[in-house]
Design a protein around this ligand. Sequence first.
Ligand code: ADP
Ligand code: MG
Length: 349
Amino acid sequence: MNEFDFIRQLRDQTRSRKTSPRLIRGIGDDAAILREYPGRDLVISTDLLVEGADFHRDTTTPRLLGHRALAVSLSDIAAMGARPLWALISIGLPESAWESNFKDEFFAGYLALADRYGVTLAGGDISKSQSIVIDSIVIGEVNAGRAVLRSTAKPGDQIFVTGTLGGAAAGLKLIELGARLSIDSRRQEADGRSEFDSDTSDDNAIQSLLLRQLSPQPRVGWGVVLGEEHLATSMIDLSDGLSSDLRHLCEESNAGGTIDAASLTLDEDVKHLCGRRALDPLALALHGGEDFELLFTVAPENISRLPKRVDGTPVSRIGEITGQTGVVRIREQNREWDLPARGFQHFSN
Ligand code: ADP
Ligand code: MG
């Protein structure tokens, strides 16, 4: 049984039980939706980060880890079209991390990102454990009924994605190949910047990609705009990888999707570095995870209302929702074929 089979089984078990009518949406989306009071819905997401599975202590910094823990949950709240407001964080730490400056650096990174988006740390828990375990919860708010689900895409809707693809997966590959953050990058991340100047030397490209993996930038502004302006008909964030996340969205919507290979915006640094390192940029963009961009659909009549950029991040139109349930295809020039879901999953079989 893989991760998604198990989640489906849990979802069926909760459905057959008595549930609060104020739970608008439970298991199955990027976050749960609760009716707070008439007119307002709460959106809540939790993410677990485990040392050895989700990160390695020796290839990141405590500060980046704090940033990342909050960023991944902010991304899920953005994927619901909600505004993040409160957060809780629980951490299990080995004695060695407790005795070092780990916890101070971790919270410096966490709180710097929280401050950037006006998110208040409202609580958490601390325990001793063998390795580092982090549970990050973020709570956001939307006007009642305005949360953007995975399950409401319609045939004919156009598929969009924010920013660029493949950078985080390339960063992970580089780490696996032995690349490490430079002293300069460690300093840059302290300023909350993850982009380098337009210098395209290999070293800068490598450092940018490492930060793309280790310091994801959640698309909070886009999430709020798409939700408040009622622009997206459905949305998911790209955590597992485009091929898998588009499939999740299509399956939840009882629809299909076709994307154009040529319209995918590949990360510039990935294109710059790939050839020489036997990495295929298109494969990284399609199947590599953790870009934490937003994948969303827009009804044709609303496309002209989409902003060109939010917080400096553009969007690209990459394809269209079809009526063929569960069929995800990719088109390249005159050829078209099925796009297998090859993104990340825990407990794959
Ligand atoms: P994401 O990648 O957006 O964080 P996941 O793939 O982790 O989403 O989860 C998909 C859905 O399954 C979510 O609605 C999540 O709340 C639910 N889910 C995952 N793990 C559990 C669990 N242990 N118990 C209940 N629901 C779960
Ligand atoms: Mg998600």
